[in-house]
Design a protein around this ligand. Sequence first.
Ligand code: ZN
Length: 133
Amino acid sequence: MKVIKVNTHQREEFIDITQEVESAVRESKIKEGVCFVFSPHTTAGITINENADPSVKKDILNHLKKLVPFSGDYSHSEGNADAHIKASLLGNSVTVLVEGGNLVLGTWQGIYFCEFDGPRRRKLYVYFLPTFR
Ligand code: ZN
């Protein structure tokens, strides 16, 4: 298992971690298999989406803000209830196939770490399951 460290700089931000995950694939020397990326955090998520036009991640963040406002009728007393909800909406893991030693992603896809309660020091776990023929 490989650990990727991510330092976030804003309360809410999407950080493209595709290169870091690809580096982990190369280090693992796995040619074919499955790559799991897991976030052990309750106020951050992981998603795969477009990495060509930056307005896409801006739209997702803005829409999530409208959907789950910072202030609301929340019970959680830490003041970050919105971040917990957004993290659950996006989920805390992604699965990507590995073929020929590379991640199998669509042309416009990137893997994003989604911070909802930053800035913080975060970490992600990357785990590989090789397939055998
Ligand atoms: Zn909390």
